[in-house]
Every structure is written in C-alpha cells, then in structure tokens.
Design a protein. Sequence first.
Lengths: 364, 364
Amino acid sequence: MSNPALQYVNSRIHPEKLKQFCIEALQAAGLSSDHAEQTADVLVTTDAWGTFSHGSRQLVPLLNNLRKGGLKADAQPEIVDQGSGFVVVDGHFAMPMVTSRLAMQAAIDKARSAGIAYAAVRRSGHYGAAGYYAVMAAEQDMIGLSMTNVDVCMTVPGARAPVIGTNPLAYAVPAGTERTVFLDIATSVVAISKVIAAKTAGKPIPEGWLVDELGRPTTDTSTYPDKGAILPMAGHKGYGVALLIEILAGVLTGASFLSGIKPWLVPDPQPADEGHAFVAVNIESLIPIDTFKARMDAMIGEVRSAPKAEGSDRIYLPGEMEWERFDLAHKNGIQLPDYVLINLFSVAEQTGLTDRLIAMLEEE
Amino acid sequence: MSNPALQYVNSRIHPEKLKQFCIEALQAAGLSSDHAEQTADVLVTTDAWGTFSHGSRQLVPLLNNLRKGGLKADAQPEIVDQGSGFVVVDGHFAMPMVTSRLAMQAAIDKARSAGIAYAAVRRSGHYGAAGYYAVMAAEQDMIGLSMTNVDVCMTVPGARAPVIGTNPLAYAVPAGTERTVFLDIATSVVAISKVIAAKTAGKPIPEGWLVDELGRPTTDTSTYPDKGAILPMAGHKGYGVALLIEILAGVLTGASFLSGIKPWLVPDPQPADEGHAFVAVNIESLIPIDTFKARMDAMIGEVRSAPKAEGSDRIYLPGEMEWERFDLAHKNGIQLPDYVLINLFSVAEQTGLTDRLIAMLEEE
C-alpha cells in the first residue's frame, strides 16, 4: 500500500503554514516556542529556496536527536569568550539553528564597528543549510560567510576511505536593485543524496563521483555507502578547501574534528560536537554602502550579459535560482517532493499532528 | 641555434643567489633596494616551492610593466583608511608584492587585538603567488587568507567567452611539529599554462578543461587562447568561489573588477588595477596557541594515516610537497626549468647582468 502522504504530492502549502507545522512539531518535542520558531524559520526558508534535502524533512533526524540525547531541547547556547572582532559560542548541544543564529548575529554586531568579525561555535550539531546564516548578514548590509564541519564521509587524494566531511561553504552578498548573491555548496563533487538516488534507481553514476573500497574510481553504487567514499570537488582543490573549513570550524573553535565528530543520522545519536565558523564583513567600514551596491549591480549585469553558450539562453548568478523559487513559494505555496511529505507525515504521527498537517495541505 | 640559457638546465642555483640576481635586476629597472628585496623574496620563495610559473620567470612581464607604465617603480603603497579590524591600502601601482606584504602585515597587526582583520587593496597589479602572503600570517601564529582578482580569462556556466579571472585563493595555517598547512589554488579547473603546454606539444586535453568559441566542451587547443575559454573548477561551485573572490578583492576594495581589469601580460600594459583581499585570524584570541598546534598535529596525523588507495603509498597534506621542495632547494639549490632559465637570461640581457647570472649558475 502506498504511503498516505503521497496523495498530497500535488498539494501546495504556504511557507508560513509549513513553518507553523514545524513550530508545533518542535514544541511537541520539547523546544521552547522561541527555539522552535527560530529552527522552523531556518528549515522553511530552505524549503522555499527549493533545497528540500536540508529543509523541513530534517525534522525526522532532529526529533530523533532530541529524543536520544544528540541534542538537548532545554539547552541554551552561550557566548563564553569575546573581543572586539570575535566571539566564541558554546552551543551546549542546543538546537544548532538557534546556536548558529546567535553566533552569526554576534559576528554581525561586532563587525559593525570592527569591520570584520568571526564567530567560533563548538558543541553544536547539524545546522541545516549553511546559506541561511550567510543571508542573515546580507540582510544587514554585510557580507556573510558560513562554514561547518560534519562527520567524515568523503575521501581525499591518495586515500580510499572517508577521511573528512563534505564541509559546506556558504556566502551571501547584498546588491542594489539585484537580489543578494548567495552560494551554498558542499566541498564534495556532488551531494551524497545524488549518489543514493542513483543507487535507488539502480543507475550507474558518472566517473569522478565515487571510489570503491580500494580507492579506485567506480560508477557502481551497489556497495555504497557501506564501502567506498565520495570524492572532493575538483580533486586536491576541494580537499584543500574542505580542510580549511575543518580548521576554521573545528580545530580553531575547540569543537571535534574529523573522526571525532559523531554521526547524527544514526538510530541512537550522541552529541555530534560539530563546530561552525561565521564571518561578517561590514561593507560600510570599507566603502559607502550605496557605492558598493551599485558596483555589485554592475558586476552582476556584466556577468549576466556575457555571450551565451550554444543551447544556453541565460547565465545565472549564484542564488538567483533559489530566489526565484523563494518568490514563487511565497506567492503560490510550496509543492513538497514525495520524500519530504513522507518525512512530514512521520513527524506528524510522532507528535500527534497528523490531522493538523492534513488540514494545512488541504486548505490551499 | 638553441637558446644559450639551455646549457644551464642541469645547473643548480641557491635560493639566496637567485634572490640576489632578482634584486639586482629589479634595481636596474628602477626599484629601491627595499622594494627590490621584498619583491625578490616573493619570487624566489615561490621558485623554492617549485611553483615556477609564478616565480622569478615573472621578472620579464614585471620589468615590462615597469618600463611601460603598468607599474610605477617609485610609487609607495599607502594605508588610506583603517579601523580596529581593517585597513584599506591604495597600491598607487607600486610593485604589487610590496603592497601586498604591507597589507597582510597590517592585517596581522590589527588581528593581534581584534581577533580577525581584513586588508583591502586597490590600485595594484599581479601579486605573484597568493600563498606567499598567507604564509606570512602562519609564520606569526595566525591563519592567513589571500585572494586577488585577475583579468578575465575564464568562462562560467551558460556562457561561452571569458567572464571572470581564475581568481586564486590561498590559505596557510601553522601547526606544531608538523609543517604549516597551505594551499594556493586558481579557481579554474586547471592552470592556463597546462592548456598552453598541451597546445605547444600538439596534444589534446582532457574534456572539461576548455570550451570552444560557441561554449561547447572541447579537447582541441588549436584556436586557444584566441577563441574559447577555460572552465571553472567543479562547474558552478568554482564559478561561485571565483565570484566571491571578485567581490572581496575587487568590488569591496574599490579596485577594478571583471572586464575593468587591464591585462598585464601584453606588450603595452596599462595599470591593471587588480584588487587583493587579505584576512588574518589571531589563533591565540580564540584558543591557546599550543592547544591549537597540538590539535593541528592531531588532525594532520589522522589524515596522513588514513587507509591508502590502491597504488598510493602516501597522503599529502596541502603544502607538504611544496615544503619538501623548499627544503631541498635550500639544501641543494634549485634546478630551474628551461623556460625559467630562458626568462632569466632575457632579464639579464635587458639589465646588463648576463655575466653575473652565468657566474651564479656556474658557481654551484
């Protein structure tokens, strides 16, 4: 029998309604209304961008972490050290979205007078989409950078097994009449979810994505992820960037690093102790903000109007696709993919919110 | 008749001697002894790392820029604005290595109390190997980042012509008993020099390096670089990183950006107006430096001892190959590749230093 969630694959749900569902589910799992609201905002903004892999579907593992002790529902992140251009935040294993918002906002506040500020976060966990926190800075006329280490799953040149995480890098930069330029990338050649999707579909993958258990290039996903490992983007270059993020987010912050990070997507997760690094650059310290925004618009215009490749009718700026999806989501509601619906119905069942979710999906 | 320089392809020259030659050549081109010494140190450190493409061979275009007005031999870089965590440097088209050293040192000095600092540089030119400035920070117990924009030569997804430069990113991080981890990469899939080398050898290149004049993938180098363009590393990811560097080094600093940057490798160069961005993070502000270094050693040890791929007997950390070459260069002298020797002999001829260069090469 097919999953009852699947009858809603053609439904649409407004982001505000989806956010309300996330808030209620997180409160049912023990979060304060404030922490639930902050977490829901990260998840649903991510869904509205169309990055469903990191949106509300993550309620399932987040709730499991709250239940099993990987995250602490009643913990509060704390600034444990600070100076004119930096803060150190101990997450105390509170919801990583709450910790990360606090840390990025602290960096933004420090950067206002210092010009640039760095927030180091330790004792945190999976913080969702890295780009969310970078965009916080852009919305306050700053350039934002967001990085985290994650549990090992990627190999490096010369190795055959997972050595490092797919440590993501995100940035956001405000423009004038143009939308905020923003990028959120894993440092792997491709998202692991794409390898799993090919495996589920029984399809081979392109060369260059995966090595087998002997470290040889493979297009066969049949033994992954038990054996083999995903490759960094651009070979030694992606390895080097992933290692920089491991250092800025893990080694420097006092968080765990490499194999010290506990996996969060397991049945019985322990505190992951991921570390995050946030940087805010106050544009106005360096150049009048209006001048900067006009220069950004000029740069964007030049990229967009470059001669097109055969078969291409458009050049996208980083983040442009996401903002178009975001606008459509807020206008017409979000059409959730089947796997997100299945996850949400599972959460609804755990939290007694099934009727509430169905009503929200049917209302639109 | 073969180039007389080529009889020295098996010679070795000690880095200190090569540096002395560079100093004399730069002074002959009008630089002060101080500026000549600083510039030579950048070029020869780069040669000692084995990154010959960015070492002393660049004396030829640097001297041409000094002669034609692309660079000003008597100009001095100037700090034109500053705050607790930032400086803005106007290079006044002085030697970019001198400007960049001043800017990175200013960032390091600011970071000592602020925790992190950013140096913005405008009105500069080709600064050589990005990694040199990052290593300056590491030698002072800081994490260093170094970025620059360069004249357009790389296309982006959807385009067919050059849109942006191969904007390099470099970082350096000190360790304890281990060597400084450092990476210096262009954001293109491969260095343009490798495409040119394949073209010279009449060989095809792998797919994924180049597009032709219609933006189609090609392995044919015959019309490059007149037509076609090199691709970013990792597709949209490398494009996004190159654009971040364009913003941090160009849009934010007040330097030129994208097509506004003048090419420096032309017969009659104008001031390039490249911009640079340097960041220094003071480790001790965040974590005791000895703790950090021990954590770096642990991280490095874990990466190095990972299970090896079939056919691999070693996993390199970023910078490890460079430091091994550096140590050998200082022990045994540098064996300069033919194209570097040809460039040095050309410089020697222009500056009346041919006998001096020959004596240095024969002495070893």
